[in-house]
Design a protein around this ligand. Structure first.
Ligand SMILES: Nc1ncnc2c1ncn2[C@@H]1O[C@H](COP(=O)(O)OP(=O)(O)OP(=O)(O)O)[C@@H](O)[C@H]1O
Length: 299
């Protein structure tokens, strides 16, 4: 057996760039996703998530850089049913029932999964007779998920699939996706929701201004994003010296007080106590949500 065989990544993006006129939507993005991973693309509005996903699906072409899906050009990967997508809106006919919608889509494939099976896996067998126009937003998304399962893709891509759903609908939707992913399918989804990425992804890739700013498991990213704030009374603090301390991300002086954002509050305190006349110390943990915003907006 050849134990040195290299596994072809599910997704390989290298030096990806996408521009729209003067706007650079994706700016030299590199990413490799292994088969079987559940990856969240997390980033604020305009970070470049949709532009990247469109290139992965072969819906648009990069200005430069390369996209491979299971080693293939995305257009070929889509044609072979290796990749399928659940988009946020569009693509459903209101007057058809859920069952008719899936049957119609299935008729377009040469060798689709059985209709009953995909309804079951998307958790919508119980509403198969309901008209699409009467389905809630969450049910319509599970219907789109069922449609995406018809070719039995190896990679499922979802672009902000739960926007506008309430908490219960989001949970039902993700449980269906997660149960399906347990069978080994690779899943990549874009989201604004930190909690959604945290709960449902094995790996979080944070995007800001078209590039990756953090990449790791939820707990690794939490570690990267988490930080402390040290405050002390120190008139005329030497801001340059403080900013040069290990792990310090910002220093601000307001009146007699200095506020230092850092990853290692112990070493900042040690410095302040031994090298400066600072007093009245206050150490607080930055809230994770604030830290996420700091990481994705650079504030
Ligand atoms: N067709 C287009 N024409 C012009 N500019 C575009 C186009 N599509 C995207 N952009 C711009 O590219 C940037 C990245 O947009 P993109 O939709 O990829 O971000 P996103 O992370 O998916 O954002 P959101 O979370 O709001 O969907 C934004 O500045 C956006 O305005």
């Amino acid at each position: 057996m050849d134990t040195t065989a290299v596994i072809t990544p599910a997704v390989e993006l290298s030096g990806l760039v996408k521009t729209f006129g003067t706007v650079t939507a994706v700016n030299g993005l590199d990413l490799s996703v292994a088969p079987g991973e559940v990856v969240a693309f997390l980033g604020p509005n305009g970070a470049g998530k949709t532009s990247t996903i469109d290139m992965m699906l072969g819906l648009s072409r990069p200005a430069s850089g390369a996209v491979r899906v299971f080693g293939l050009d995305p257009v070929d990967a889509v044609a072979q049913g290796r990749i399928a997508a659940v988009m946020q809106t569009g693509g459903l006919l209101k007057d058809l029932t859920v069952l008719e919608t899936v049957q119609l889509s299935a008729s377009l494939y040469r060798d689709p999964r059985p209709v009953g099976e995909v309804l079951e896996r998307a958790g919508i067998s119980g509403i198969s007779g309901r008209r699409v126009g009467k389905c809630s937003g969450g049910e319509q998304q599970r219907l789109r998920f069922a449609l995406a399962l018809l070719p039995e893709p190896d990679l499922l891509v979802l672009d902000e699939p739960t926007t506008g759903m309430d908490v219960e609908a989001r949970r039902a939707f993700w449980n269906a996706i997660r149960q399906d992913a347990a069978r080994g399918r690779t899943v990549l989804f874009a989201t604004h929701y930190l909690d959604e990425a945290d709960t449902y992804a094995d790996r979080i890739v944070m995007i800001r201004k078209g590039t990756v700013v953090a990449d790791g498991t939820a707990s690794e990213v939490r570690g990267m994003a988490a930080g402390r704030q040290v405050r002390a009374v120190l008139p005329g603090a030497d801001q340059v010296a403080l900013a040069a301390l290990p792990g310090v991300t910002s220093v601000a002086q307001r009146g007699d007080s200095v506020t230092i954002e850092c990853s290692d509050s112990d070493s900042v305190l040690r410095h302040l106590i031994t090298r400066t006349p600072a007093h009245d110390f206050e150490v607080t943990s930055r809230n994770l949500e604030d830290a996420f915003i700091a990481l994705t907006t650079g504030e």
